[in-house]
Design a protein around this ligand. Structure first.
Ligand code: MN
Length: 363
C-alpha cells in the first residue's frame, strides 16, 4: 500500500506540506484545483505550481481528488459534450504532470452528506455526524446553509457558488431515475475511459456517501452489485473505484473486506476510515481503531494485505483533536494517528507472513 494524504493547497489548508512529509510512510498528496468550477478545463500553470510545491517537500502528486463532473453530464443534457471534452483535456494534462489516478464521483447535486460537522464527543474531540431523523425533517437549502456556508472553510464538494442554485438543481433532477443516471454515466465513461487508458491514468469512482438515496435524489453506487455494474459499463483497468470503507460501511449490509477481495484489481485508490453505526440509522466518524467503531479496520487492512495491494491509500477523515483549528474531517493529528494505525496493522501482517528471521527463531 502506498500512503498518501489529502491536501487542499497552500492558501486553503492549515496543514503544511512539511508536516505531511513528517508523517511516517507518506509519499504523496491527494490534491485538486478546488476553485476551478466543475466542467472547466484545468490550467497547466496551476497544476505545475502544485507540483513544484510538493516536489520541494519530497512529495508526489500522483492522485487527484476530485475532477468534479458537471451536473449537465449527470443530467444527460445536450451541453454535456463540451464539458466532457474539457474533462478529456484535463485528463491529458494531468497525465503530463505525473498523475496516475483520478478520483471522481457521480452523485447528483450533493457530494457527501452529514448533519453536524462539529459533533462533540465525550472526550472533547469533535467529529462528523449523520443524524437520520434530523435529515428527514430538513430542507436541502438548510443543509446547504449549514455546510456550504461554513465561515471558516469551503468544504470539498460543497462549493457555495454552485449550490446557490440548489433549488434549480433539484428541479432539473425531478423525474431523473436511477436508470437515467446509469445511462448518463455510461455515456460519460465511454468517452473518458479510453482517454485515461491511453495516458496511463486510472479513473476511480468514489461510492455514494452515505450509501442510500437522500432527499429523493437517485444514488447509484452503494453496494457490491452496483460496483459490479459500474465496472462492466466499460471493462478496462482504467475504469476503477475508490473503495471508501467509511462510505460503503455506513450500511451494515455492505461487507467491506469482501468488497476488497472481490474488486482488488480494480481499486487503484482506497479510503480507509471507521464509523460507528447506530440502529436508528445514524452514524458517526470515529478514530481508525477497530474497537472504536463498527468497522473492523484490521480485517479491511488484512484483505488489502492478502491481495498484496499496491494501490494508493489515504486515511479518509479524522476527528478534530488536541485543540487543532482544522477543516472538519481534515485535521493533521487524527489522520496522522490513523496512518500509524494502518501501518501498524500492515507491518505486523508483513512480519507474520514473510519474515524468515522470525520463523527461523521459532524453530
Ligand atoms: Mn471517502
Amino acid at each position: 500500500m502506498r500512503m498518501v494524504f489529502r491536501w487542499f493547497g497552500k492558501d486553503h489548508d492549515r496543514v503544511e506540506l512539511q508536516h505531511v512529509k513528517q508523517i511516517p510512510g507518506v509519499e504523496g498528496v491527494v490534491w485538486a484545483l478546488h476553485d476551478i468550477p466543475a466542467g472547466e478545463e484545468w490550467p497547466m500553470d496551476r497544476m505545475l505550481e502544485v507540483k513544484r510545491q510538493a516536489d520541494e517537500c519530497g512529495l508526489h502528486i500522483e492522485v487527484v481528488e476530485s475532477v468534479n463532473v458537471h451536473e449537465d453530464i449527470k443530467l444527460g443534457l445536450p451541453s454535456r459534450d463540451g464539458y466532457i471534452e474539457n474533462y478529456q483535456r484535463t485528463i491529458e494534462k494531468l497525465a503530463r504532470v505525473g498523475v496516475k489516478v483520478i478520483c471522481y464521483n457521480f452523485m447528483p447535486v450533493f457530494d457527501w452528506i452529514r448533519t453536524d460537522l462539529y459533533k462533540r464527543m465525550h472526550d472533547g474531540s469533535t467529529t462528523l455526524f449523520y443524524e437520520k431523523r434530523k435529515l428527514d425533517h430538513m430542507d436541502p437549502a438548510e443543509l446547504v446553509a449549514a455546510i456550504a456556508h461554513n465561515p471558516d472553510h469551503v468544504m470539498p464538494g460543497w462549493e457555495p457558488e454552485r449550490l446557490k442554485y440548489v433549488k434549480q438543481l433539484f428541479e432539473a433532477y425531478s423525474g431523473v431515475t436511477k436508470e437515467d443516471l446509469w445511462h448518463n454515466l455510461q455515456y460519460f465513461l465511454e468517452r473518458i475511459v479510453p482517454v485515461a487508458e491511453k495516458h496511463g491514468i486510472r479513473m476511480a469512482m468514489h461510492p455514494d456517501d452515505p450509501p442510500w438515496p437522500v432527499f429523493g435524489l437517485p444514488r447509484i453506487v452503494t453496494s457490491s452489485e452496483d460496483i459490479r455494474r459500474l465496472l462492466k459499463l466499460v471493462d478496462s483497468p482504467s475504469n476503477g473505484i475508490t473503495l471508501c470503507s467509511g462510505s460503503l460501511g455506513a450500511n451494515p449490509d455492505n461487507n467491506v473486506p469482501e468488497m476488497v477481495e472481490e474488486f482488488a484489481d480494480r481499486i487503484p485508490f482506497a479510503h480507509i476510515r471507521n464509523v460507528k453505526i447506530y440502529e436508528n440509522g445514524d452514524f458517526i466518524e470515529t478514530s481508525h481503531r477497530s474497537e472504536d467503531g463498527s468497522l473492523d479496520i484490521y480485517r479491511i487492512v488484512k484483505a488489502y494485505h492478502d491481495c498484496q495491494f499496491t494501490g494508493y491509500v489515504r486515511p479518509d477523515h479524522g476527528r478534530t483533536i488536541w485543540g487543532e483549528q482544522a477543516r472538519p474531517g481534515y485535521g493533521l493529528y487524527d489522520r496522522a494517528l490513523g496512518i500509524m494505525y494502518l501501518w501498524g496493522i500492515w507491518d505486523a501482517l508483513e512480519r507474520s507472513t514473510n519474515s524468515p528471521v522470525e520463523s527461523a527463531g521459532a524453530e
